[in-house]
Design a protein around this ligand. Structure first.
Ligand code: FES
Length: 110
């Protein structure tokens, strides 16, 4: 098991969280499994950017981003070099720390 640490976010996770995740699990599924309701407008098929997260530690634990993910990330709010789509990023054998952005760009709602 790897440890996923979620830094505090005012709405989604005010206290922050830390929990074990089975390797191979996407960050999105791991969060939803803990009732941290990250947006996932396209139902986790890399077709939106609402599941955008910042990886603050443990980037090397994650699978590489593919072209589809990179393309969607271009549309994300506040994208940074540490940005990943939570539905695409799968946790490996090392611990990971993420931060949830303060905003998302939900094109389906705009
Ligand atoms: S849920 Fe749409 S890209 Fe992840």
């Amino acid at each position: 098991m790897s440890l996923l640490t979620v830094l505090p976010h005012p709405q989604l996770c005010p206290e922050g969280a830390r929990f074990d995740v089975k390797p191979g699990t996407s960050i999105c599924d791991a969060l939803l499994g803990q009732h941290i309701e990250i947006e996932h407008a396209c139902e986790k098929v890399a077709a939106c950017s609402t599941c955008h997260v910042y990886v603050r530690a443990g980037m090397s634990s994650l699978n590489e981003a593919n072209d589809e993910e990179e393309d969607q990330l271009d549309d994300a709010w506040g994208v940074q070099p540490s940005s990943r789509l939570a539905c695409c990023a799968r946790i490996g054998d090392a611990d990971v720390t993420i931060e949830l952005p303060l905003h998302t760009r939900n094109l389906a709602r705009e």
